[in-house]
Ligand binder design. Structure first.
Ligand code: HDE
Length: 761
């Protein structure tokens, strides 16, 4: 009985490997728990996926999390003290109409808990979505690192991933133009390794000391808390226009990478250069990459704005639905390796986080694959409480002196102390490593572990000097012994001063439509900036990146590109030699890098693509079922959008379930549109303005549209224009086979249609 009342986790987490007594106790506890659990699972548990996941998805981490799960199905309602509650409708009163009594401990407990349900949201990356998964290694890489999880292909390392936007609050829209966080916690046998990255490979600033300035500038303005989740305002562009080092990142943020189609279709980057260390102590520099197997895709800006109104949870829902449906998102894990000897062989400094290493110079080696295969059971417990830290590394992975990385090493623990309320956040189930934790840290708010040893110091003799240090051979972490011979200075290396070459390389690497999108994004963002001097300063910066870019943006703003002048770097230390900081526009001609354009992403799959089928009563059953079958076979998600809810009747009289009406959905929530025939169906839809808008808007956003010969009537009734010389426009398939439509959908978008002519949707 006594054993039953002790939380199971205390024993699993702090399992004492040496002691036979502990092992025995652990078996007893596990057995006791299994028995209790077995008893519970006889009750209905439909909403607890933990019970139904196939074994392949039950990673070691998930098994450990199971001990902390609770599901009240079939149970009595109780207080937090386990007291069964008899009346959850009425508080305790002095008489039927009387005042509520302070004595009502049930009311007090419930309200008090409720009053404390919110914790501070993350200062950045507040809006996010998480998922569980596994990482599998393709081949061991002992020549690069001794990290265990990168050396054993038989191990499936559990992971928890959180994707996020940066600037918006926890409840803000997913489709803001913003950088996306891509944070991965690997629960390895040697401890947690957190790769806390973004969907862009570079950053706005070079030194952590500028981070609070950057974040203050992008967040809603302090006087009126406007705008939410948007960089299109004066303070952001004021700061950016004074920080030329942000030029490269601005190109990424203003590109389509800032408005992804899905978290599942984004690349991920560790950004900083890290180190890999072998068992022999050899170090190589490394950049980490995630490559999505579905390719890298984005939406159009007009679409992003409309998605934000139609479904602000668009990315969260997309991730959730894909995982629930079994279409597990996958990324390959890649490394770019630079040997110690080659550290200085590039035109840029590999410690500068505003620079990437072009894949043409150092190819990305794909060494493993991550699959996200399970949604969290509880958003708050897992996605909100997960605490990432760029400093969580394992033997075989180490840091470099990148000054942004160095500052991050401090920031993450510091912020969790506030956000999660104290020093024991590592004990929150989602944050616990799967490897055992033994140390002499004690006490603090919300301590869960019941440390039974009399000693909480080391060395000690009372406990036989346990827990003891591990030698390197036993897996103890030792920092890479980098040779440092330097003066202590507060300064910036001149090797960090080329702010523009890679910005120009990025712009040059884009396809024509992608360049146009950058122009439009800058026109939009700077068009929202009230102060002319800020817009002018930005045009000056853009003119150094690319003269045609600056001219086009200036035209959109109704301004002139200012005469070329040296951009003044206002990040100049008060006593520094201005000549060092102010006089340089260093640019080397780097050309272009194909890997930087999303136009070159694989376009061979329509898996998980949302297809709207516009149909209503009288739809031709043969066409509807042929397309639906073919789309499902390719892993797409066809949905019937009709003029009314419930069921429609096809031309054979069969009932077909309606998924959405034109009122409950919008074209921006789909990747493509198919319009089957059936005279009655076509006639009704062609008379509905919302349906015609749906088709026109899908066309405007360059999506694939297919129609049967009868269905074409709806396209004609809409404002879809004819293609060049009256031909069918690219991406529009009339009276074609399902296979024609499928290969059009796989193209993602027909950007060449854009604004030629523009359509009013
Ligand atoms: Fe972060 N960052 N960051 N960051 N960051 C946080 O930690 C910080 C930076 C990134 O899903 C915070 O737990 C500083 C670069 C992601 O929970 C905070 C600097 C990159 C997430 C913090 C940076 C990132 C964060 C806020 C400049 C890409 C979300 C809440 C030196 C490589 C993790 C938290 C999640 C979150 C500090 C710059 C990625 C305040 C000081 C560069 C993905 O600690």
């Amino acid at each position: 009985m006594l054993i039953k009342n002790i939380p199971h986790r205390v024993f699993t987490q702090n399992m004492c490997k040496q002691s036979k007594h502990c092992q025995l106790l652990n078996v007893v506890i596990q057995h006791t728990h299994t028995t209790m659990k077995d008893k519970k699972t006889t009750k209905p548990e439909a909403n607890n996926p933990a019970q139904v996941s196939p074994p392949a998805q039950q990673s070691e981490k998930l098994q450990k999390l199971a001990a902390d799960k609770e599901n009240g199905a079939g149970e009595f309602l109780t207080t937090n003290q386990g007291l069964k509650i008899n009346d959850n409708q009425n508080s305790l009163k002095a008489g039927e109409r009387g005042a509520t009594l302070l004595e009502d401990f049930i009311l007090r407990e419930k309200i008090t808990h409720f009053d404390h349900e919110r914790i501070p949201e993350r200062i950045v990356h507040a809006r996010g979505s998480g998922a569980h998964g596994v990482f599998e290694l393709y081949k061991p890489i002992p020549e690069l690192t001794k990290a265990g999880f990168l050396n054993d292909t038989s191990v499936k390392t559990p992971v928890f991933v959180r994707f996020s936007t940066v600037a918006g609050s926890r409840g803000s829209t997913d489709l803001a133009r913003d950088v996306r966080g891509f944070a991965v916690k690997f629960y390895t046998q040697e401890g947690n390794f957190d790769l806390v990255g973004n969907n862009m490979p570079v950053f706005f600033i070079q030194d952590a000391i500028k981070f609070p300035d950057l974040v203050h500038a992008v967040k809603p303005e302090p006087h009126n808390e406007i705008p939410q989740a948007a960089s299109a305002h004066d303070t952001f562009w004021d700061f950016i226009s004074l920080m030329p080092e942000s030029a490269h990142m601005i190109m990424w943020a203003m590109s389509d990478r800032g408005i992804p189609r899905s978290y599942r279709m984004m690349e991920g980057f560790g950004v900083h250069t890290f180190r890999l260390i072998t068992a022999e102590g050899k170090s190589s520099f490394v950049k980490f990459h995630w490559k999505p197997l579905l390719g890298v895709h984005s939406v159009a800006w007009d679409e992003a704005k409309k998605i934000s109104g139609n479904d602000p949870d668009f990315h969260r829902r997309d991730l959730w639905d894909a995982i629930e449906s079994g279409a597990f998102p996958e990324w390959e894990f890649g490394v770019q390796i630079v040997s110690e000897e080659d550290e200085h062989k590039f035109d840029f400094d590999i410690l500068d986080p505003t620079k990437l290493i072009p894949e043409e110079l150092v190819p990305v080696q794909r060494i493993g694959k991550m699959t996200l295969n399970r949604n969290p059971d509880n958003f708050f417990a897992e996605t909100e409480q997960v605490a990432f830290h760029v400093g969580h590394v394992v033997p075989g992975i180490d840091f470099t002196n990148d000054p942004l990385l160095q500052g991050r090493l401090f920031s993450y623990t510091d912020t969790q102390l506030l956000r999660l309320g104290g020093p024991n956040f590592h004990e929150i189930p989602i944050n616990r490593p799967v490897s055992p934790v033994h140390n002499n840290q004690r006490d603090g708010h919300m301590r869960q572990t019941i440390n039974t040893s009399r000693t909480s110091y080391e060395p000690n003799s009372i406990s036989g000097n346990s827990p003891r240090q591990a030698t390197v051979a036993e897996g103890g972490f030792n920092s890479y012994q980098e040779r440092i011979d330097a003066r202590k200075i507060r300064d910036r290396s001149e090797s960090f001063f080329d702010h523009f070459s890679q910005a120009t390389m990025f712009f040059n690497s884009q396809s024509e439509p992608e360049k146009n999108h950058i122009v439009d994004a800058l026109r939009f963002e700077l068009g929202k900036v009230e102060r002319e001097e800020i817009r002018k300063r930005m045009l000056g910066i853009l003119s150094i990146i690319d003269a045609s870019l600056a001219k086009k943006v200036a035209d959109g703003l109704g301004m002139e590109v200012p005469a070329p002048e040296q951009p003044i770097n206002h990040g100049v230390p008060a006593d520094a030699d201005p000549a060092k900081y102010e006089s340089k526009i260093i640019k080397s001609a780097l050309g272009a890098s194909a890997a930087l354009s999303m136009a070159n992403t694989p376009k061979d799959s329509i898996k998980t693509r949302m297809i709207a089928i516009l149909a209503t009563d009288g739809v031709k059953s043969a066409e509807l079922s042929a397309f639906k079958k073919a789309l499902l076979a390719e892993g797409a998600v066809p949905k019937i959008v009709a003029t009314h809810g419930g069921f429609i009747k096809d031309d054979k009289g069969a009932a077909v379930k309606v998924d959405f009406t034109f009122l409950t959905t919008a074209s921006v929530l789909f990747d493509a549109v198919y319009i089957p025939g059936g005279a009655a169906s076509v006639k009704t839809i062609a008379a509905e303005a919302d349906a015609l808008h749906f088709v026109t808007e899908a066309f405007k956003h360059c999506k694939a549209i297919a129609a049967s010969s009868e269905g074409e009537e709806i396209i004609k009734a809409s404002q879809v224009p004819a293609g060049p010389k009256g031909a069918t426009p690219p991406g529009v398939v009339i009276n074609g086979k399902p296979a024609d439509f499928i290969s059009a959908v796989a193209q993602h978008r027909f950007w060449e249609r854009e604004k030629k002519p523009d359509v009013p949707a």
